[in-house]
Design a protein around this ligand. Structure first.
Ligand code: ADP
Ligand code: F6P
Length: 476
């Protein structure tokens, strides 16, 4: 088995019992790297007055992690700037929030070059290199420029935007050209992969080859969908842990016979949290008989707080939930419990288990692992119902959820009403089908299918297959 070198912006190894971190990538990589020999390399999350080029190596939870600190200016231009001020909003269809600053682009390239400089000495000839997410799109090119001949793959954890949106980025061609230095480029869904192919064929006149790969900029890469999953069995088992049982018991007692609607999100404008609260308000106004029968627990943890857009969404969420509670609460009933703290994986599993309805209603999301965790957290004999946005990548796999349009308050309110009224037989039938999918397409299946694709790229399998005839040629 080849060594696997995973590179991501942030490295969050499995922590001590009870500690946790948020973000789908961290959750998936922690699980994916267990049982695999290799290194997880990235930014420590810490700043240093001047970049030192020092790597700190440690072993955590069976994974070797190698981290480096970044300078304040790097963090500002690369992480807060280009990654989260430019690419994140653009790729989530929010050009109104996208910052098109030249200095951000320069900082992004500079930090990617730093990643490449630091990584090169760690790479051995047979290693497979797997680069993660939008922070590091140019890393493959930077490694090739420094002589790396290894198979290098890239996985995007967020959506790929429509061609027309991509074209608003001043250096869009340069960014997309960087994707062609990878042997394999992975997306969560066919929709995101097709959006990438559409750009390649129609914006830069690339061509699609019969084996599914695409050619442009004088290079070829293989775009493919690899839907990410969770450690389904492991997560399901957490609800039976001591901490899982304790949080389930606490939640069940505090429900006092009411039904609980649950939202768990990183506090991000892409998650549709304020739209969800407004839909809930609409539900309570249109169906006042539900008041006192239900309540919502919204757990949303602050993230990327250096950015105005994140401070705004934080303030908006508190203001909307405060207004709804202020206008509707009674002395022994509060419609919304608005919680900002982090929970351990065990606590979270117990909370999911106690929920009657899971509300996962992002306006746009690469996949959304909370949807899968909610399903794995349920009791088979009396499962809750998942209400899921059609704009989450997860909707393409989780068809037995109640699929809603998060932009329509009425549609989300209808979905909640239907979930609350759903007979037990139907809940069990839907849950079984969802759980089968969550177990089958778990994080290990995701890792293995990507690694296999990378291995066959390395072994030249892809190149030796049928002659590369242009199936489709674009215009550009
Ligand atoms: P994203 O990657 O955009 O944050 P996902 O839904 O794919 O979205 O992944 C979010 C991950 O972060 C999930 O594993 C979820 O359990 C975790 N998470 C989110 N909020 C919290 C919280 N308050 N406490 C603990 N874990 C959290
Ligand atoms: O999964 C999407 C993602 O952006 C990851 O790349 C990232 O690690 C995670 O969400 C959390 O974001 P951040 O590291 O900016 O807190």
């Amino acid at each position: 088995m080849s060594r696997l070198i995973v590179v991501s912006n942030r490295v969050t190894p499995p922590g001590p019992e009870g500690a946790s971190s948020q973000g789908g990538l961290a959750m998936a990589m922690s699980a994916a790297l267990r049982e695999y020999s290799g290194i997880w390399f990235g930014w420590s999350g810490q700043s240093t007055p001047e970049f030192t080029g020092e790597i700190s190596m440690q072993s955590a939870g069976g994974v070797t992690v190698a981290t480096m600190d970044l300078e304040e200016q790097d963090i500002q231009e690369y992480y807060n700037g280009y990654a989260n001020g430019t690419l994140w909003p653009l790729f989530h269809y929010r050009i109104d929030l996208t910052q098109y600053e030249r200095s951000f682009g320069a900082g992004y390239e500079r930090v990617n070059a730093r990643f490449a400089d630091m990584l090169m000495p760690l790479i051995e000839p047979d290693d497979l290199i797997w680069v993660q997410d939008y922070h590091l799109i140019p890393l493959g090119r930077a490694l090739r420029e420094r002589g790396a001949k290894n198979a290098i793959g890239f996985f995007l954890h967020i959506p790929w935007p429509a061609r027309e949106l991509m074209a608003t980025l001043p250096q869009h061609r340069q960014l997309v050209e960087a994707m062609f230095h990878y042997d394999v480029v992975g997306f969560h869904t066919d929709d995101w992969k097709n959006a990438f192919n559409n750009y390649v064929l129609h914006e830069v006149g690339g061509m699609q080859l019969t084996d599914g790969s695409v050619r442009a900029f004088g290079r070829t890469t293989l775009p493919r969908a690899f839907p990410i999953g969770i450690d389904a069995k492991g997560f399901a088992a957490l609800k039976q842990s001591d901490a899982g049982i304790e949080s389930y018991t606490r939640m069940t007692e505090s429900k006092a016979g009411r039904k609980m609607l649950l939202g768990v999100d990183r506090l991000d404008y892409s998650k549709g949290i304020d739209e969800r609260l407004l839909a809930y308000e609409r539900l309570l106004n249109d169906s006042p008989e539900l008041k006192r029968q239900i309540f919502m627990l919204q757990i949303s943890t602050a993230t990327r707080t250096a950015l105005d857009a994140y401070q705004d969404i934080f303030a908006r969420l508190d203001s909307i939930s405060g207004r709804i509670n202020g206008s509707m609460a009674e002395m022994d009933w509060i419609p919304i419990r608005n919680v900002h703290r982090m929970h351990s994986r065990e606590e979270l599993a117990g909370i999911y288990r106690a929920a009657d309805v899971g509300l996962v209603t992002p306006l746009r999301d690469g996949m959304n692992l909370v949807a899968k965790e909610f399903v794995a957290g349920q009791d088979e004999d009396d499962p809750g119902v998942l209400v899921l946005s059609r704009f989450a990548g997860a909707a393409s796999q989780m068809r037995e959820a109640l699929i809603v349009n998060p932009f329509s308050q009425e549609d989300v309110a209808d979905g909640i009403r239907r979930a609350l009224a759903m007979p037990k037989d139907e809940r069990k039938r839907r849950w079984r089908a969802l759980m089968d999918g969550v177990e089958r397409d778990d994080v290990v299946a995701w890792r293995d299918s990507f690694v296999q694709a990378l291995e066959s790229a390395r072994d030249g399998g892809r190149k030796k297959r049928a002659p590369r005839i242009a199936a489709t040629r674009g215009e550009g």
